[in-house]
Design a protein around this ligand. Sequence first.
Ligand code: IPD
Ligand code: CA
Ligand code: CA
Length: 261
Amino acid sequence: MLAEIEKIVRLSGKNVRESVDFTVTDKGTRENLVTSADIENEKFLKKELLELIPGSVFKGEEGDDVPVAKEGYTWIVDPIDGTTNFSRGIPEVGISVALMKDAQPYIGVVYNPFTDSMYTAQIGEGAFKNGKPIRVSNRSFEDGIFFTAWCAYDKRLSAPCFEVSERLHPRCNDIRRIGTAAVELCMLAEGAAEMYFEIRLCPWDFAAASVVLFEAGGHICSFGGPLDYDNPCPVIAGNSPKNLMSVANVVVDVFDGKRPY
Ligand code: IPD
Ligand code: CA
Ligand code: CA
């Protein structure tokens, strides 16, 4: 199954990499973009993945947001994670495909077609990048790289997110913002970075990468609880429980213990 999904995602990546004459529009706020390539790729993935598992449910960012099925298989798909990057020719993009089984994460595939980086994982079977096993790093918080973002699509949440950065930056090595949550979480899984926080991600941003991260020995959760694969939620991750908690404590403090939405 994983090999079949990988084949489909690779094909979709070729389409994305080769699309040049795409159109760009916004989805309500001027920062939140969608291109014709996002829409075409979701259509392609939907057709291929539903054919691969007849009777499965398809949840996707571009017009296919449905609940995850309590029983059986559900796909959670972001056809292009990092659309702003894509629309400007910045080669940091992830095609993100998760397969849920009975509402639990089961398989995750994240592919950057521009760098040809293929991250794959299945629960209980380990995590891989281009076929080689990957593992989170064992760096301390002080030596850690912190991936974060400042809620570009809802600037009302930017100020507290900057406060989280301001409080953590002096305590760790540095901060990075790549612009694709799916790839950033996979980079944690391969040991390139150590901590992660975003106040609002959608299930298609993190579902596939969460499987890769679990299987690489990483830790990921929401605001005081598990990830919600049906609704937008805060996401905090770390290479170790200790590093995750160091981020979580600051996030909870900055937001006064309350989720802001
Ligand atoms: C976005 C990217 C970005 C993250 C945003 C996401 P999109 O997804 O993952 O890194 O900061 O929260 O919405 O819109 O490019 O699919
Ligand atoms: Ca996304
Ligand atoms: Ca997207």
